[in-house]
Design a protein around this ligand. Structure first.
Ligand code: 13P
Length: 251
């Protein structure tokens, strides 16, 4: 049984005051939800305040990026140990925006995954094809390359994969449930060939224009185990409705 995981990726949004307000409003909305793992990924500057306000709640904390060294002369970087220090349970690694704007490659993603796992952080490892790659029929090739490159020689303890087709991010264009299932099934099969039966326990999240209106049909797909939500996670009400997708499903 894979416990669904729904994560909010706030990207570069929210001051510390806004973070505190959000959490104060959000926690009562998801009180008692214990059959879904709920994760918030604020920007680095809000992690400490988020940790303080989430303490003792059913909501976990994630960072949006990490560097692979433990400490040293790496101006502007944050280590896995520093994320543990502010009580992060997870870290998002390899988001397409980091690949697109900040030069992340399968190699740097691979180093980051190694360091995060070694520090005991859960990893939300993002992969996904661009529109151009999809239209050229290369979706599976791209997913396979990103998966094998990112996971080379890596343990997969605490690993979560997020399939985020780049063309669906922030565009309002969601993958159809069938497109999502097809990609997720491919990813699970690849994980099986790399790691064997443990692949059945790895959660694969879908990301890309997830909203309260489409989460239930996405979650109904066999290999969709959760969501990584950008825009629709910025309002407590909208994100809480996504977290409570089971209620929507029931009508
Ligand atoms: P949107 O939900 O805004 O499309 O963003 C998805 C995403 O990139 C989550 O990491």
């Amino acid at each position: 049984m894979r416990i669904p995981l729904i994560a909010a990726n706030w990207k570069m949004h929210m001051t510390t005051a806004e973070t505190r307000e959000y959490i104060t409003e959000f926690l009562p909305l998801v009180e008692g939800v214990n059959d879904v793992e709920i994760v918030l990924a604020p920007p680095f500057t809000s992690l400490a305040v988020a940790a303080k306000f989430l303490k003792g709640s059913n909501v976990k904390l994630a960072a949006q990026n990490v560097f692979w060294e433990e400490k040293g002369a790496y101006t502007g970087e944050i280590s896995p140990q520093m994320l543990k220090d502010v009580e992060c349970s997870y870290v998002i690694i390899g988001h397409s925006e980091r690949r697109q704007y900040f030069g992340e490659t399968d190699e740097t993603v691979n180093k980051k995954i190694g360091a995060a796992v070694a520090t005991g952080l859960g990893v939300i490892f993002c992969i996904g094809e661009t529109l151009e790659e999809r239209e050229a029929g290369k979706t599976f090739d791209v997913l396979k390359k990103q998966l094998t490159g990112g996971l080379r020689d890596r343990k997969i303890d605490g690993l979560v994969i997020a399939y985020e087709p780049v063309w669906a991010i922030g565009t309002g264009k969601t993958a159809t449930p069938e497109q999502a299932q097809e990609a997720h099934e491919f990813i699970r099969n690849e994980l099986r060939s790399l790691y064997g039966d443990v692949s059945e326990s790895i959660r694969i999240l879908y990301g890309g224009s997830v909203k309260p209106e489409n989460i239930a049909t996405l979650m109904a797909q066999r290999d969709v185990d959760g969501g990584l939500v950008g825009g629709a996670s910025l309002k407590p009400d909208s994100f809480s409705r996504i977290v409570k997708f089971k209620e929507t499903q029931g009508g």
